[in-house]
Design a protein around this ligand. Structure first.
Ligand code: ATP
Ligand code: MG
Length: 421
C-alpha cells in the first residue's frame, strides 16, 4: 500500500465537527451585510499575476514572497492564486463597467492564498470576508465601514476588539512625508535590516510596518506623517473622527499604522485584539482612491476592508461563545417489512414541516440503531416497528433528557418537535 497523501502545509481541512461554527459565522455575516445593503460579488480564485503586481505593488511582502504564482503549463500564461480580494473585485467592477451610473457597495468571501510561515492564526490558505465601497469619496463611507464592523462584533457577541485608526493623507502629503522618511532612515544605515534597505527608495512607508523587533526603536523615533498632512487630508481625517464620535465608536490613533498594501490613502484602520497572541489583527482596511485608475479603470474613489475568518472564529472560541445547536430533531430507528415504508413516510413529513430528521440506513438490530441515534446528537429517537406501523403511530424516546417514552401520531409528533424548536 502506498503512503496516504496529506493536505498541503498551512492549508486546513474544515472537518464536520467544526463546520457548524463556520456556518453560524457565515449566516450572521450574510444577514449583517444585507442589513447594510451590500451585494455579493464572486470572482475566480485564479487571476493574472500582473493584476496583483499592479494592484498590491511589486515591493510588498505579498508580491515579493507570499504569492502562489505559476506558469500555466498549457499556454504559458502567468497566473496566481488570489492572495487577497480587493484586486479581483476592482478588476471585475472595471471589466463589467459596474460604476457606469451608480456607486457600488460590494462584499465577497472565500479562501485566499499566501505562502507564509504557518502558525496559529496564520495559514497558507485562509478565509476572508471583505467589503468594498466604490465611487464614494467622503469620510461618511469610511465611517460606515467602521460602524458596520463594530455592529458585526456585537452581533457575534465579541467584545475584546479595539479600533486603531490612522490617516496616510493625500498623495501629496505622502510624497512630502516619503522624502522626509527616506532622509531619516538614510541617516542611520547601520540600523536598517535587509528588507528596509531594499525598500528604502521603493517603498519607505512599508518599513514602518516591519515586524522585526530589532527595527522597532528606529521606527518608533521616525518622523510622523500626521505632521505632514495638507488641508484636505486634515479635513477628511477630522470628518472621520467626528462621525466616529457621533456614533459612539472608541478608537486609538496609531501613527505607525500604515497597512501592508501599497494602495491605501487617507483613512486606514485595524481592529485588533490581545486575545490571540501575535496574530492580533482580525480586520483591516482603509481608503484606496488611486487603485481603480492604477489598474486601468476610470479613476473613482473607493474604500474597503477585509477580516480574517480563522482569527475571528478563534476569538469566538477564546470567548467561549457557543455555536447554536445544529443537531437534528429526530433520528428514526426502524425495523420490519411494514415499519420501513412508514419510517420513510414519517421522515418525509418531518422534513416537509421544516424539521431535520435522520433516517437510519444500513439495517441492524434496534439496539445497534439506538446507539447510532445517540451518537447522532439528535434530540429524539423515533422508534418504528411493525406494531407502530400497523397502529399508524410512532414511539418517541427523548435522548437528551430524562423523560418517558411516548406514543403519538405523525401530526402530534410534528407539533411536539416544532414546539421544542
Ligand atoms: P498580517 O499583518 O497579520 O500579515 P496583513 O496586513 O497581511 O496581516 P491583510 O492583507 O490586511 O493582512 O488581510 C486582512 C486580514 O486577513 C488580516 O487582518 C488577518 O485577519 C487576515 N489574514 C491575513 N493573512 C492571513 C493569514 N496568512 N492567515 C490567516 N489570516 C490572515
Ligand atoms: Mg501579511
Amino acid at each position: 500500500m502506498s503512503t496516504p497523501l496529506q493536505a498541503i502545509r498551512g492549508m486546513n481541512d474544515i472537518l464536520p465537527e467544526h463546520s457548524p461554527r463556520w456556518q453560524h459565522f457565515e449566516s450572521v455575516v450574510r444577514d449583517w451585510l444585507a442589513a447594510y445593503g451590500y451585494h455579493e460579488i464572486r470572482t475566480p480564485i485564479v487571476e493574472q499575476t500582473a493584476l496583483f503586481k499592479r494592484a498590491i505593488g511589486e515591493v510588498t511582502d505579498i508580491v515579493e514572497k507570499e504569492m502562489y504564482a505559476f506558469e500555466d503549463a498549457l499556454n504559458g500564461e502567468q497566473l496566481a492564486l488570489r492572495p487577497e480580494g480587493t484586486a479581483a473585485c476592482v478588476r471585475a467592477v472595471i471589466q463589467h463597467n459596474l460604476l457606469y451610473n451608480a456607486p457600488q457597495r460590494l462584499w465577497y468571501a472565500g479562501p485566499m492564498f499566501r505562502h507564509e510561515r504557518p502558525q496559529k492564526g496564520r495559514y497558507r490558505q485562509f478565509h476572508q470576508v471583505g467589503v468594498e465601497s466604490l465611487g464614494y469619496a467622503g469620510p461618511d463611507m469610511d465611517v460606515e465601514h467602521i460602524v458596520m464592523t463594530a455592529d458585526l462584533w456585537r452581533r457575534l457577541g465579541l467584545t475584546d476588539i479595539t479600533l486603531e485608526l490612522n490617516t496616510l493623507g493625500s498623495s501629496e502629503s505622502r510624497a512630502r512625508y516619503r522624502t522626509r522618511l527616506i532622509a531619516y532612515f538614510e541617516a542611520q544605515p547601520d540600523l536598517l535590516d535587509e528588507d528596509a534597505k531594499r525598500r528604502l527608495h521603493s517603498n519607505p512607508l512599508r518599513i514602518l510596518d516591519s515586524k522585526n523587533p530589532a527595527m522597532q526603536a528606529l521606527i518608533d523615533a521616525a518622523p510622523r506623517l500626521l505632521d505632514d498632512l495638507d488641508e484636505d487630508s486634515i479635513a477628511h481625517f477630522d470628518g472621520v473622527q467626528s462621525l466616529l464620535r457621533a456614533n459612539g465608536i472608541d478608537y486609538r490613533i496609531n501613527p505607525r499604522l500604515v497597512r501592508g498594501l501599497d494602495y491605501y490613502n487617507y483613512t486606514v484602520f485595524e481592529w485588533v485584539t490581545d486575545k490571540l497572541g501575535a496574530q492580533g489583527t482580525v480586520c483591516a482596511g482603509g481608503r484606496y482612491d488611486s487603485l481603480i485608475g492604477q489598474i486601468g479603470g476610470k479613476p473613482a474613489p473607493a474604500c474597503g476592508y477585509a477580516m480574517g475568518v480563522e482569527r475571528l472564529l478563534a476569538l469566538l472560541d477564546e470567548a467561549g461563545i457557543a455555536t447554536p445547536d445544529t443537531a437534528p430533531a429526530a433520528y428514526i430507528v426502524h425495523q420490519g417489512d411494514a415499519a420501513t415504508p412508514f419510517a420513510w413516510q414519517v421522515a418525509r413529513a418531518l422534513r416537509e414541516a421544516g424539521l431535520a430528521a435522520v433516517l437510519h440506513c444500513g439495517g441492524g438490530s434496534f439496539k445497534s440503531q439506538m446507539k447510532k441515534a445517540d451518537a447522532s446528537g439528535a434530540h429524539y429517537a423515533l422508534i418504528i416497528g411493525d406494531d407502530e406501523a400497523a397502529a399508524g403511530h410512532i414511539s418517541l424516546k427523548p435522548l437528551r433528557e430524562a423523560a418517558e417514552q411516548a406514543h403519538c401520531s405523525t401530526a402530534q409528533l410534528i407539533d411536539l418537535l416544532k414546539a421544542r424548536k
